[in-house]
Design a protein. Structure first.
Length: 73
């Protein structure tokens, strides 16, 4: 993993603090969960390995954005 995108959150905050200390992983804050997914996908398209760190409710929020991509690719 070369990039971790996340929405600032108290539950994920401890994990993101550890990510920020890692010199090998770039931490990126996003405004919405869907944006975090797009950032991670962009990292993958650029040759990196992206990860999205969100809560289960955040995954539910971006489900509508992920489903059309599953059916078209």
């Amino acid at each position: 993993m070369t990039l971790a995108a996340s929405v600032p959150d108290t539950w994920i905050g401890t994990l993101m603090a550890a990510v920020r200390r890692s010199p090998a992983i770039r931490a990126v804050d996003a405004a919405r969960e869907e944006e975090a997914v797009a950032i991670a996908c962009g990292a993958s398209l650029a040759g990196g390995r992206g990860a999205v760190l969100i809560q289960n409710a955040g995954l539910f929020n971006c489900g509508g954005d992920l489903l059309p991509h599953d059916r078209s690719h």
